[in-house]
Design a protein around this ligand. Structure first.
Ligand SMILES: [Fe+2]
Ligand SMILES: [Fe+2]
Length: 194
């Protein structure tokens, strides 16, 4: 499986994997919702910052990709007979996004970097989980997905560098990654991506 230069300080534990494997439908419901939210996040950045034209191509491409993932996970859920699903509130993402500062341009920087960090965590989860999935089809789906998700955090970090100096971006990544680590460690371990 492809390795990537993760910005995260802590990796997902094997204990989390065991929890997911025992509650796979619950995991799938949350995973589908994470893919949907990833598509919505990319589109809302384009909607909120229409003047930042360098965001348009990468964010729309990303939204299309995440939407396709959402569709894929939905198909798996339906195949397994899971129909009435509703995901639970996502405290991880909500807490992280509360650290986005004002004013507007600073907020864009923070939202891009936080989105990148959230993507890196999703990748970390999938990459840890994939080799432990026994079902052949599901294993190859998650292995493939983990490889694709590996590049997503870079799309956001790169977008941030279009509008900020490397020094400013690198410093803020450091601060936000430390915040992510605190939030990640503080939350109850659940069979969900976030
Ligand atoms: Fe995705
Ligand atoms: Fe992604």
């Amino acid at each position: 499986m492809a390795r990537f230069d993760s910005p995260l300080l802590t990796r997902t534990s094997q204990h989390w994997c065991s929890l997911v494997l025992k509650n796979f439908d619950t995991f799938l419901i949350d995973h589908a919702d994470c893919e949907r939210k990833a598509a919505v996040t990319a589109l809302s950045l384009v909607r909120s910052y229409p003047e930042k034209s360098k965001l348009i191509e990468p964010m729309i491409a990303l939204a299309r990709e995440e939407l396709a993932h959402y569709h894929d996970v939905h198909k798996i859920l339906l195949k397994r007979g899971v129909v009435a699903f509703k995901s639970k509130p996502d405290d991880y993402t909500k807490t992280l996004r509360s650290h986005a500062r004002d004013p507007r341009d600073q907020r864009l920087l923070d939202l891009l970097l936080l989105s990148g960090i959230i993507e890196a965590r999703a990748h970390d989860r999938l990459e840890t989980l994939a080799p432990h999935i026994k079902d052949k089809k599901l294993n190859s789906f998650y292995t493939h997905l983990a490889n694709i998700e590996a590049g997503h955090f870079k799309i956001f970090f790169q977008a941030a560098r279009h509008y900020n100096s490397d020094k400013v971006v690198d410093q803020r990544i450091k601060e936000l990654v430390a915040i992510e680590d605190r939030v990640f460690r503080s939350l109850e371990l659940l069979p969900r991506i976030h």
